[in-house]
Design a protein around this ligand. Structure first.
Ligand SMILES: NC(=O)c1ccc[n+]([C@@H]2O[C@H](COP(=O)([O-])OP(=O)(O)OC[C@H]3O[C@@H](n4cnc5c(N)ncnc54)[C@H](OP(=O)(O)O)[C@@H]3O)[C@@H](O)[C@H]2O)c1
Length: 293
């Protein structure tokens, strides 16, 4: 049977990685807000997620089996400086979408983050307590908790790790690092910030796995290895065959940012791996991504 999956925020960095994932048994639909997208294999529609009526119209039109809810304000510093906007878009709007899905018996996947943790007790499993130390992370943790309470039999919480990938339309830190290194300039990389980063294409496969199996509860979709941002950047420079001294080691704790950053939010994603989630090692994935540019 063909499953219909509606992805909010397909115009974002993660969303773009759904390109090419259409299959005979899976029909994908997406929404954008301020950045219209045209994907060759996915029908995309405009939507402001604060407009619940418009979302309901889309649900009635598409009749999806699952909604993968990516749309959000994803920049922790922006959220720290605009907490009311973060609350409006990342949590309040999400609750309205969940209610609309609940009324129609539609499976709902909420894209959360490793930043729900405080970074003091890594690696984190799905059973560990959340304690976000910045507005973005604590708001996601609160939304996770209430989403589960609201619709326990059909909500999935997918905690996504820091992701890398290549996307000209929605560039992320990798794009900036590659362009800077290739122009012979230095980049700063934290030696004291650890993550289980993953390629966004693998994370998207993990989200589709959760959608297909209609898995409920909390799932970690982290990468396969714990690494500091500095080690990741050195690995990148080596693959690009660029002098690794262009990567400058910097202590995150010495840099003032609007949003506090936890030191180590590495996730244990064994539960998802048992289900079939298969994130690749950074060296292999980076070679693949950079080979295509
Ligand atoms: N990227 C990561 O490393 C990472 C890590 C952990 C968790 N996550 C989570 O994964 C999800 C996707 O992240 P991302 O990196 O793809 O974010 P992103 O690149 O910032 O994209 C955000 C998406 O949300 C949409 N959006 C924002 N406000 C909206 C509104 N009011 N109504 C409708 N759509 C709205 C944007 O649409 P337009 O661009 O069209 O305006 C865009 O499609 C987010 O929930 C984020 O918290 C991401």
């Amino acid at each position: 049977m063909q499953k219909k999956i509606l992805i909010t925020g397909i115009s974002g960095f993660v969303g773009y990685h759904f390109t090419g994932k259409q299959q005979p048994n899976r029909q994908l639909f997406g929404t954008y807000h301020q950045n219209p997208v045209q994907l060759e294999d996915i029908n995309c529609y405009p939507l402001d997620i604060r407009n619940t009526e418009a979302f309901i119209e889309l649900l009635e039109q598409i009749q999806p089996d699952t909604v993968i809810h990516l749309a959000a304000l994803s920049n922790p510093n922006y959220c720290e400086n605009h907490p009311e906007k973060c609350q409006e878009i990342n949590s309040a709007a999400t609750f309205h979408l969940i209610t609309a899905c609940q009324e129609r018996d539609i499976h709902f996947i909420f894209a959360s983050t490793d930043l729900v943790f405080d970074g003091k007790m890594a690696p984190y499993s799905e059973k560990d307590a959340t304690n976000g130390i910045m507005t973005y992370g604590s708001d996601k943790a609160k939304t996770e908790y209430l989403a589960n309470l609201m619709y326990p039999n059909k909500v999935t919480i997918a905690r996504l790790p820091l992701q890398y990938g290549w996307c000209e339309e929605a560039p992320n830190f990798l794009t900036n690092w590659v362009k800077t290194l290739q122009s012979g300039e230095t980049i700063n990389a934290f030696t004291d910030e650890y993550r289980t980063a993953a390629w966004a294409g693998d994370v998207v496969d993990g989200l589709l796995l959760l959608a297909e199996q209609e898995e409920k509860g909390i799932w970690h979709l982290g990468g396969p290895a714990r690494q500091s941002r500095y080690d990741f950047a050195v690995e990148l420079a080596k693959i690009l065959e660029i002098d690794t001294t262009l990567v400058l080691p910097v202590l995150q704790k010495n840099i003032k940012m609007a949003a506090a950053r936890p030191a180590d939010v590495s996730m244990n994603s064994e539960k998802a791996v048992q289900l079939g989630y298969a994130p690749g090692m950074a060296a292999k994935r980076l070679k693949m991504i950079l080979g295509k540019i």
